[in-house]
Design a protein around this ligand. Structure first.
Ligand code: FMN
Length: 189
């Protein structure tokens, strides 16, 4: 079976290296449209999308994350990895979209799933636009420490919202094989 949606799903990979070239205004608008078109439980749209190109702000989030991971490192390898000034949890992408959502699971029990669906919409839209992306859970660490509240404000997370997921997007500077398919992951009944 061949169609453009299947093609985008099958061709998408986590891209962890980017050309240092801005995402165009037209591409950003298309990504926004894809994010806002995401389905959500009872159409609650429990999200805020922060499109960030400000590299200084991304570096601030990265630094907060590294500080915590170095402080909590259990081995020298981890300490060295997050002390490296070239380390970027965002892989130096020109654009990162943060999805924040309600911190409390009540009454919007599916807000985290909704954010996950929206981030996949963004990943597939990026693929369709000829851009690479990688979904990122790790930036969560940056918001868990004392710098978290200030970062949430700078990233325009609405009051009562927390980090759910992020995605780095940009023109790919690397290729990657498809991930190996796990065994026994499905049944036809
Ligand atoms: C919820 C979620 C969180 C992820 N967090 C990270 C992350 O913090 N850093 C990273 O490099 N990749 C992250 N990934 C990417 C996965 O490692 C990747 O999707 C997986 O290895 C399969 O590879 P593929 O995306 O190329 O098919 C995340 C993916 C998902 C779905």
């Amino acid at each position: 079976m061949s169609n453009s949606v299947m093609q985008a799903i099958l061709d998408r990979r986590s891209i962890r290296a980017y050309v240092q070239e801005a995402v165009t205004e037209e591409q950003k608008q298309a990504l926004l449209q894809a994010a806002l078109a995401s389905p959500s439980a009872i159409n609650s749209q429990p999200w805020h999308f922060s499109f960030v190109e400000d590299q200084a702000l991304l570096q601030e989030v990265n630094a907060a994350l590294c500080e915590r991971l170095v402080a909590n490192a259990k081995d020298e390898e981890t300490r060295a990895r997050f002390s490296d000034p070239n380390y970027s949890v965002f892989y130096h992408a020109p654009l990162v979209v943060f999805i924040s959502g309600p911190a409390s699971p009540e009454p919007l029990k599916f807000a985290t799933i909704d954010a996950g669906i929206a981030v996949e919409n963004l990943a597939l839209a990026a693929q369709g636009l000829g851009l690479g992306s990688v979904i990122l859970g790790m930036p969560r660490e940056a918001f868990l420490g004392d710098k978290g509240p200030a970062l949430e404000k700078k990233l325009h997370f609405p009051e009562g919202y927390e980090f759910k997921i992020a995605i780095s997007i940009g023109k790919a500077a690397a290729t990657k094989d498809a991930h190996p398919i796990g065994e026994n992951k499905y049944s036809f009944l």
